[in-house]
Design a protein around this ligand. Structure first.
Ligand SMILES: Nc1ncnc2c1ncn2[C@@H]1O[C@H](COP(=O)(O)OP(=O)(O)OP(=O)(O)O)[C@@H](O)[C@H]1O
Ligand SMILES: [Mg+2]
Length: 269
């Protein structure tokens, strides 16, 4: 069963998008996402996952179709209004697939402070928020370091901190576990589960079929730039023929008694 409150966060109807001079990378997208949901976006490389997430995050706009967020129509023009743009980006936090494009300050602390300072909060509140998020993400040891010199996983944590410090209602995460070691992946999954329990809507793209069930109740499958399935995560994971058809799994992938894993050999039974 998919848990949500009934309040719509995003509503897309017949949305198309193409990059300049390219063929459409999103077509006929019809999608409603509700407050409190945990949604996974699945699809092979190039299927349009990051493009869809960037659209939800207000970084790209449909060239056709309608897009509503929090009951308000969103267009490129909406973002020319500074207060709309600020409020949108405060309510919706986006973690890029590549943390490098997200980090630009000279220290981790400045990086995390950047968003709250834009909110014109009193200085002690800004300091409190920064300290809380540094504690939550266990990154005190990185506070005075230079973001671009950090490891991939450390950069990802700092990118998370710079988003969580804004306390967004919606978290959009583009392959958040990519490049993280197994222990850090586990830690991140627990963090995401807890953030959702605290009421945040989670939208995550991932190739990690092992973790997808833990971070989503609903999965949306993109193939050839269209949504080809939108169902419970369990139903989609159990539909091996569908997963094969869209090239998300190969012949070695199968599930035993409800748990799924990949073998590099075949069974004799
Ligand atoms: N800035 C861009 N300009 C032109 N084409 C782009 C741009 N960004 C992405 N594309 C193209 O759009 C298509 C969808 O890309 P997108 O990044 O959304 O895929 P994805 O599903 O996130 O893939 P991956 O799993 O590799 O991250 C690809 O064919 C890609 O080459
Ligand atoms: Mg991508």
């Amino acid at each position: 069963m998919i848990r949500h409150t009934g309040k719509i966060v995003f509503q897309l109807a017949d949305v198309y998008f193409s990059y300049p001079l390219e063929k459409p990378v999103l077509q006929k997208v019809n999608l409603s996402i509700f407050k409190g949901e945990r949604v996974a976006i699945l699809g092979v490389n190039g299927s349009g996952k990051s493009t869809l997430l960037k659209m939800l995050a207000g970084l790209l706009y449909p060239e056709r179709g309608s897009f509503f967020a929090f009951d308000t129509a969103v267009t490129e023009k909406s973002f020319s209004d500074d207060s709309f743009s600020k409020s949108y980006h405060r309510r919706i936090g986006f973690i890029f697939q590549d943390a490098d494009v997200q980090l630009f300050c000279s220290t981790v602390e400045e990086e995390i402070a950047f968003g709250p300072l834009q909110l014109s909060l009193p200085e002690d509140q800004v300091r409190q928020r920064i300290n809380d998020v540094i504690d939550m993400l266990e990154i005190e040891y990185l506070r005075n370091k230079t973001p671009f010199k950090l490891s991939g996983g450390e950069k990802k944590k700092v990118a998370f901190a710079s988003i969580l410090v804004m306390n967004p209602e919606v978290l959009i995460l583009d392959e958040p576990t990519n490049g993280l070691d197994p222990r850090t992946q586990r830690w991140l999954v627990e963090l995401l589960v807890n953030l959702n329990k605290a009421g945040k809507t989670l939208i995550t793209s991932t190739h990690n079929l092992e973790l997808v069930q833990e971070i989503s109740d609903r999965a949306i499958l993109l193939d050839n730039h269209e949504i080809v399935a939108d169902s419970t995560t369990i139903e989609i994971l159990e539909d091996i023929e569908l997963l094969k058809r869209v090239n998300l799994v190969d012949d070695y992938y199968h599930r035993h008694a409800g748990s799924k894993h990949t073998h590099y050999h075949t069974h004799n039974y």
